[in-house]
Design a protein around this ligand. Structure first.
Ligand SMILES: [Fe+2]
Ligand SMILES: [Fe+2]
Length: 472
């Protein structure tokens, strides 16, 4: 039975019987999905020290407790309303925001919400075996924190579907539990969410780069004229920050350990001989997840993106920092690839909105990579990680039919194929990673050999805290 207590919320759920009934109907299916497709082996006998949002204010936000995962209290939270909020961009600039979905934009909004919603359970599915190979209890807890919050993000999108899209919305909510990451017949909507994540290097790169795509999408949706969508995504952003923290610090800790092992090996030695993860392998995984996440931003020239912007459905990240918000006549200079050459051309800015968001994303990623490189520098190594050129390894958009090396130099398909193993993870790399992760580490305070401990624990607990415990 659903109660405000079971589903913490600030949407007055108990005062809306119709919605409450709809969610009551959906909830058991969600729990079944979580059991079948969520963290494998950690459903019934483990308690995890997780943060549960019980309200949107800072205290309610920092509520930590041990819970069994299927008993996590997935809540529904909208950020507080902004008084007299006005539409911030597009053709309706300056008008009051909408509290209901306008009929003419119903399909577009539904599509945006379903596409966002689909990524949330997808990532839980992708990550469901990682607990069996965790490098420490601290990391295991972080994985589960990310997983339960992605579950909550699904709830957030399902809340919008049930509240504003009637029957169609209810059907979409069911289908969100029906599609499955990597399933041949019913795959998840976006490609990056069908890729397996079976080792922790992939997991950290995913939370660094793909959750950061989540951040850029949520930032653009938080500008939306549909106020409930804006408020929902604004609160989701606060959780997303933790996911990227997990990714960025996870890689930073691997790098730190790699540096230590390289020193032990006498700089020129093979880190793999000491059970670490060598820098070329780290770079290849970076290349893989960065390029997949670039694809998630959609085609460079997009009439959909133009229409979303014109209609005020999806804006630019930090719209208020721009001088001009209608963007009718402005142009964007873009690099096309024609007859084997790059050609710069102007396109209408509205048609380039995916690329504008991608620019923001690339900048945010680059700042993170620069922070990683400081570790290599501190240890006195000259190696550096770098973001590949945005044309590299693309499967969506205007570069997708061509091949480029990580510096953006065009190559023939044959040349790309023959050098691909230098730039993208190979089966041998995956096998190696699985071999060093074969033994999970469940002892408090102990860490796998390939990763350094974090500087501090979670919620001011010590690093050797029992972040996950089995029931007595
Ligand atoms: Fe999410
Ligand atoms: Fe996330």
């Amino acid at each position: 039975m659903i109660s405000a207590d079971k589903i913490p919320n600030n949407v007055n759920l108990s005062g809306n019987k119709r919605l409450q009934r709809a969610l009551e109907h959906w909830q058991p299916k969600y729990i079944q999905w979580w059991r079948d497709m969520g963290p494998q082996g950690f459903q019934d006998y483990h308690q995890v020290y997780v943060r549960t949002a019980v309200s949107v204010d800072p205290e309610g936000w920092a509520h930590f407790e041990y819970v069994k995962l299927p008993e996590y209290r997935w809540g529904i939270f909208l950020a507080d309303p902004v008084h007299d909020r006005r539409i911030g961009f597009g053709d309706f600039f300056g008008q009051p925001v909408w509290q209901e979905v306008p009929g003419e934009f119903r399909n577009q909004l539904r599509r945006l919400i379903v596409t966002q919603g689909d990524t949330e359970p997808a990532s839980v599915e992708q990550q469901r075996w990682l607990g069996q190979r965790c490098p420490s209890l601290y990391d295991l807890r972080n994985l589960f924190q990310v997983n339960v919050e992605e579950g909550r993000h699904l709830w957030a999108m399902v809340y919008l579907l049930h509240s504003y899209f009637g029957r169609d919305g209810r059907d979409e909510a069911e289908e969100l539990l029906d599609r499955q990451s990597g399933n041949r017949d019913k795959p998840r909507i976006l490609e990056a969410f069908n890729e397996p994540i079976d080792n922790w290097l992939d997991f950290f790169m995913f939370t660094m780069f793909t959750d950061r795509d989540g951040k850029s999408q949520l930032m653009s949706l938080s500008e939306s004229s549909l106020d409930p969508l804006s408020r929902t995504t604004r609160f989701m952003l606060t959780e997303e920050a933790h996911h990227m923290f997990v990714g960025e610090t996870g890689i930073a800790r691997i790098l730190e350990r790699t540096c230590q092992l390289m020193k032990e090996a006498g700089f020129s030695g093979d880190v793999r001989k000491l059970g670490g993860i060598d820098i070329p392998t780290i770079q290849k995984h970076l290349n893989q997840w960065f390029s997949l996440s670039l694809d998630l931003h959609g085609g460079e020239v997009s009439s959909n993106a133009a229409s979303y912007f014109a209609n005020g459905l999806k804006g630019r990240a930090k719209e208020e920092t721009y001088d001009e918000h209608v963007v009718k006549d402005a142009h964007y200079r873009m690099e096309f690839f024609e007859n084997g050459k790059s050609v710069a051309k102007e396109v209408l800015m509205r048609n380039a909105m995916n690329e504008v968001l991608r620019d923001w994303y690339v900048g945010d990623c680059a700042a993170g990579v620069a922070r990683w490189n400081r570790i290599l520098e501190q240890y006195g190594f000259s190696d550096r990680l770098q973001l590949p050129d945005r044309k590299f390894n693309r499967h969506i958009g205007m570069y997708s039919g061509f091949h480029f090396d990580p510096n953006g130099v065009p190559l023939s398909a044959e040349a790309f194929e023959s050098r691909k193993s230098e730039w993208l993870p190979t089966n041998a790399d995956s096998e190696y990673l699985l071999s060093i992760m074969a033994q999970p580490i469940y002892e408090p305070g102990k860490f796998a050999n390939y990763i350094a401990p974090p500087r501090r624990g979670i919620n001011q607990q010590p690093v050797n805290f029992q972040y996950v415990r089995t029931e007595a």
